[in-house]
Design a protein. Sequence first.
Length: 146
Amino acid sequence: MRSSAWERVGARRLGGEGWGAQLVRFALVGGSSNALYALSFVTLAEYGTFVANTVGVAVSTVLANELHRRRTFRAADRVHWFAAQWEAGALAVLGLILSSAVLALMHRLFPAASGAIQVLMVIGVSAVVGGMRFLVLRGAVFAPSR
């Protein structure tokens, strides 16, 4: 009985419209789209990393944008599919450019950095870009007043 009461409270909080519930849903969508990216990348790796990366980013970004529109920010009734793809997709491309630039700079300044340091840098940059993306999506692209 006690665990089901906690489950109901958690489901109610996750289903809310506050920034905390939206942030949790944003992270869940991000995780699922990253899994799709990884699957796409591994599946298409035989065609080269550029093709695998491009297709993986495109497919996972379209999925994430649509899930954010429908589930994270519940904006399907006020934001058209194309507008969501265009605006949120541009943010994803901007994030990709920013993270690539930071990593290129790191490789230039610290060429002997270990693999672990590089992975930590990617995670850190992804977290910062993801946080900025959440704020822009919440405040502009999928804002309730739109």
